[in-house]
Design a protein around this ligand. Structure first.
Ligand code: CP
Length: 345
């Protein structure tokens, strides 16, 4: 399979325009529903492409992509690296622990340094909410948020939507969105950028979203984003079509948020018995990394036909290829690249 050219007659554009109207991908909250659907549609070609033995394209040949990670990562960093390389770009990884950040260089000076190297896209993970948006305001190229503090992890929500849609199609559902679906997100909602991005993305796609956590791990006034709030996991599972589990983000906790991991597992862990409370075909998701035996039992995490956790990882590469493709169209002179500072191109 070769990729169709970006400018081919079959190339689709977001509804209502000939361009993707964003230079950066910082937050799901900045995207319209049709833009989310557009990115999902663009990612589909890469799902098929990645399943071939030979999977190399020159689509981004000559471009330089910098992955600047100020926090640890396995899935996001590797999938962005693989995505860029499969598209033919030169991909450079900057690990903060080995960079001049350790000598006291500020975030803005680091951003200006990356900008001076004329990157064509910068992918950033940072521990502070808003840091990625700040960097985007200082550089001249597209910036992709690979997770910023407790704010957002937009490509995670997009890949989760792609994985969920693939599973639903396998089960015979043909709808392009999630209308009629009930998704229960359970775990450390307070510290989770994945939960925030997914609450927004799943609702934009038409799903009813429930969030469940102990009161100490639930953000104040979370119901204002339109979700249903539960503290009783059993109740939150009744009628759920999808159960998305989140890990306890101990690295973001500055105090004791749960009595003990053992008690947390008893009340909020997903065991086979608990999963039986959801709908019979309920789909199990987890963004990873998992704490097996705490928020999810291995028998559930690895449950054939129900768990799509490895599919989420697979879809991560395809979705990140789509995001890099769409956001670098200006650099490649491809129509439909988007708009910066209010001027359409
Ligand atoms: N889901 C996720 O962001 O995983 P990593 O921290 O391994 O990138």
């Amino acid at each position: 399979m070769t990729l169709p050219p970006n400018h081919s007659a079959s190339h689709r554009f977001p509804a209502g325009g000939r361009a993707f109207p964003h230079r950066d991908l910082i937050a799901i909250g900045a995207l319209e529903r049709h833009e989310i659907l557009y990115l999902l549609a663009e990612a589909e070609q890469y799902v098929e492409f990645n399943r071939q033995a030979a999977k190399h394209s020159d689509r981004l040949a000559g471009l330089t992509i910098i992955n600047a990670f100020f926090e640890n990562s396995t899935r996001t960093l590797l999938s962005f690296e693989i995505a860029g390389k499969r598209l033919g770009a030169d991909v450079i990884n900057m690990h903060a622990a080995q960079s001049s950040v350790k000598k006291g260089e500020t975030l803005i000076d680091t951003a200006m340094t990356l900008n001076a190297m004329r990157a064509d896209a910068i992918v950033i993970r940072h521990g502070s909410s808003g840091a990625v948006g700040l960097i985007a305001s200082k550089v001249d190229c597209p910036v992709l948020n690979a997770g910023d503090g407790q704010h957002e992890h937009p490509t995670q929500a997009l890949l989760d939507a792609l994985a969920l849609r693939h599973k639903l199609r396998e089960l015979g559902h043909q709808a392009e969105d999630f209308t009629g679906l009930t998704v229960t997100i359970c775990g450390d909602v307070l510290h989770s950028r994945v939960a925030r991005s997914n609450m927004l993305c799943l609702q934009a796609m038409g799903a009813t979203v429930r969030v469940c956590a102990p009161p100490s791990l639930m953000p104040a006034e979370v119901e204002r984003v339109g979700v249903e709030v539960f503290h009783d996991f059993d109740a939150a599972l009744h009628g759920a079509d999808v159960v998305m589990m989140l890990r306890l983000q101990n690295e973001r906790m500055d105090g004791q948020f749960i009595p003990s991991p053992r008690e947390y597992r008893h009340l909020y862990g997903l065991s086979p018995e608990r999963l039986a409370l959801a709908r019979p075909e309920a789909i199990v998701m987890h963004p990873g990394p998992m704490n097996r035996g705490v928020e999810i039992d291995s028998t559930v995490a690895d449950l054939p036909g129900r768990s799509i956790i490895t599919s989420q990882v697979e879809m991560g590469v395809a979705m990140r290829m789509a995001c890099l493709d769409v956001l670098t169209r200006k650099a490649r002179g491809v129509p439909g690249w988007g708009v910066a500072k209010g001027e359409w191109v």
